[in-house]
Design a protein around this ligand. Structure first.
Ligand code: ADP
Length: 267
């Protein structure tokens, strides 16, 4: 099965005419609570693509966390390894979107910050066939997770997002590195990375996959949906080319609804 270690955040998205300047108050047009966090998005994307997925993560002992875990389970994610943190709230992102389309985002790690490297690695079951990490967690967590995946003989996957200087040291622990173009350049353009190219699709080694035309509503989480579908296809034994085609289609689909997953918590 696919084992994802990653972040779980609830996104509060507020539309505004223009972002407030420091010290200024503006009226928001509306507010939406949406599922987010790269780990949860990727796990949900892999489950939607048919994979058997275990998500290792952490939420707060609060209503948001409970609702999110329930919904992830409804969407086919094994939530039995999501721990509840007694001291920290569920991770949240506060996103304002101006009429110009420009975002400004504050992420509060909350319970995600309580994920410890050793505990996360120990929580990965022996039967993991694919082990996936992103970088919304501490680099030491990603490292321990990838090392444990290697020790188990699993396919190790790093979605090196958000990219940081620490990511370079993790590349050698990953059999598959998934990045967008910006992250790819930041990592020194590694030759064998699987690179997403926005509306142009994706490239992996010598293989290209084009993205079909879609009515784009919101590109948030497109990269996570891409990565989820890619790991699901690889877990099912698909070739690189077939996995890439499936991933590009999933990424494109994820741009056609608001938020990172095809559902919301309501206002
Ligand atoms: P990220 O969201 O991580 O920056 P990309 O923008 O490269 O990553 O998008 C990831 C994937 O989502 C792409 O490979 C593609 O499949 C899909 N995608 C993103 N933007 C568009 C778009 N404007 N039209 C069609 N597909 C898109």
């Amino acid at each position: 099965r696919v084992v994802v270690v990653g972040s779980i955040n609830v996104d509060s998205v507020v539309r505004v005419e223009a972002h407030p300047a420091p010290g200024e108050t503006v009226l928001g047009l509306d507010v939406e609570l949406l599922p987010g966090g790269k780990g949860a998005n990727l796990a949900a994307g892999a489950a939607a693509a048919g994979a058997d997925v275990l998500l290792i993560g952490r939420v707060g002992d609060d209503d948001l966390g409970r609702r999110y875990v329930e919904r992830l389970a409804e969407h086919g994610v094994d939530v039995s390894a999501i721990a509840v943190d007694a001291d920290r709230p569920t991770g949240q992102a506060f996103i304002t979107v101006a009429a110009s389309g420009e975002n400004s985002i504050i992420v509060v790690a909350g319970a995600n910050g309580g994920i410890e490297a050793d505990a996360a690695a120990r929580a990965i079951p022996d039967d993991a066939a694919v082990v996936v990490s992103q970088l919304e967690l501490a680099p030491a967590v990603a490292e321990a997770v990838l090392r444990r995946g290697r020790a188990l003989g699993a396919l190790t996957v790093l979605n090196a997002s958000p990219v940081s200087p620490a990511a370079s040291a993790l590349l050698e622990l990953a059999d598959v590195v998934i990045v967008n173009e910006h992250e790819w350049v930041a990592l020194g353009s590694p030759a064998d990375a699987c690179v997403t190219l926005g509306a142009a699709g994706a490239r992996w080694g010598g293989v290209d996959a084009a993205s079909g035309p879609v009515d784009v509503v919101d590109t948030t989480g497109a990269g996570d949906a891409f990565a989820g579908a890619l790991v699901a296809a690889l877990a099912a034994g698909a070739s690189r080319a077939d996995a890439l085609t499936a991933a590009v289609a999933a990424g494109a689909r994820a741009t056609t609804y608001a938020g990172a997953q095809p559902w919301g918590f309501g206002a």
